[in-house]
Design a protein around this ligand. Structure first.
Ligand SMILES: C[S@@+](CC[C@H](N)C(=O)[O-])C[C@H]1O[C@@H](n2cnc3c(N)ncnc32)[C@H](O)[C@@H]1O
Length: 267
């Protein structure tokens, strides 16, 4: 597992939970808040991996979106037959979501201690959230195991420690896993496929699939960090779309997604 750091001017005495909430509330504010951009969900890599398992659970299955951000997944799945609770630590964002989507369930909360009843959820998905605490992923995994019913599915994605990061780390470049000297604080963990599988197995899950995703985003980032090309330049976007299909996921993928199951109770 590899650590990423972020430069934070307000690093002061703020604890990690307060920092995470402030950081993401600011990100979502800069992005203009919830917009209901849920039409794009079925085209997403996460959805294509998740869909067969959702079909197995059947319509009406109760889902949890852990760290729902702008809430697009919560809205889409609720309106397509899967009542979903969107849980997020950002109080302001959750308040906006509640006002915008009164037919959908959103709640402020912490995925390490959700307050939900044990065995009450059929499927739990969380995209890009379990990695945000320096103590590691286990508090999130432990709570996921508690709230899922036996046989329920967990879908989780985290930033991938791909071979580009590993090589850069070995050469002392980005992702070098060393704490930068000044004004930086822990931002997130990156994991490779084996590490994510191991974390879930340690937490008591049966691991069904582990897949690198978002290769195009990985190429975009490599072009930015390696050649200084800006993310929103046409040339960067065109090159990443053209190159991504030919580069192995383990080398370049930006995220890694796992599907796991809570074991059935022994008789
Ligand atoms: C990288 S964003 C991902 C948002 C969303 N899942 C998506 O894919 O667009 C991380 C989100 O998780 C939330 N978050 C971080 N730590 C959390 C925690 N312990 N409990 C609940 N939400 C958390 C943040 O507020 C933020 O909205």
């Amino acid at each position: 597992m590899r650590k990423d750091f972020v430069i934070d001017d307000d690093a002061s005495a703020e604890d990690e939970t307060a920092f995470v909430e402030r950081y993401w509330t600011d990100v979502w504010k800069r992005e203009g808040g919830p917009k209901g951009a849920y039409d794009r969900i079925p085209r997403k890599a996460e959805y294509r991996i998740m869909a067969p398992f959702l079909a197995r659970l059947g319509e009406g299955a109760r889902l949890l979106d852990g760290g729902c951000g702008l809430g697009d997944w919560t809205v889409y799945l609720t309106r397509n037959g899967y009542p979903t609770t969107g849980l997020d630590i950002s109080r302001k964002t959750v308040a906006q979501l509640g006002a915008l989507f009164p037919d959908v369930t959103f709640a402020t909360g912490d995925i390490r201690d959700t307050g939900l009843a044990a065995d009450s959820i059929d499927g739990y998905f969380s995209w890009g959230v379990f990695e945000h605490f320096e103590a590691g992923l286990q508090p999130c995994i432990r709570e996921a195991l508690r709230v899922l019913r036996p046989g329920g599915y967990l879908f989780v994605s985290v930033p991938m420690d791909n071979l580009r990061h590993a090589a850069a780390g070995a050469l002392g470049g980005i992702g070098a896993n060393k704490e930068p000297a000044f004004g930086a604080r822990f931002y997130q963990w990156r994991l490779n496929r084996a590490e994510l599988a191991r974390e879930l197995a340690i937490g008591g899950f049966e691991v069904l699939r582990v897949k690198p995703i978002h290769k195009r985003q990985g190429v975009l980032r490599a072009l930015h960090h390696g050649l200084g090309l800006h993310y929103d330049w046409f040339v960067s976007r065109a090159l990443s779309a053209a190159l991504a299909p030919f580069i192995p996921g383990n080398l370049i993928a930006h995220m890694v997604l796992a599907v796991a199951r809570k074991p059935e109770k022994r008789q």
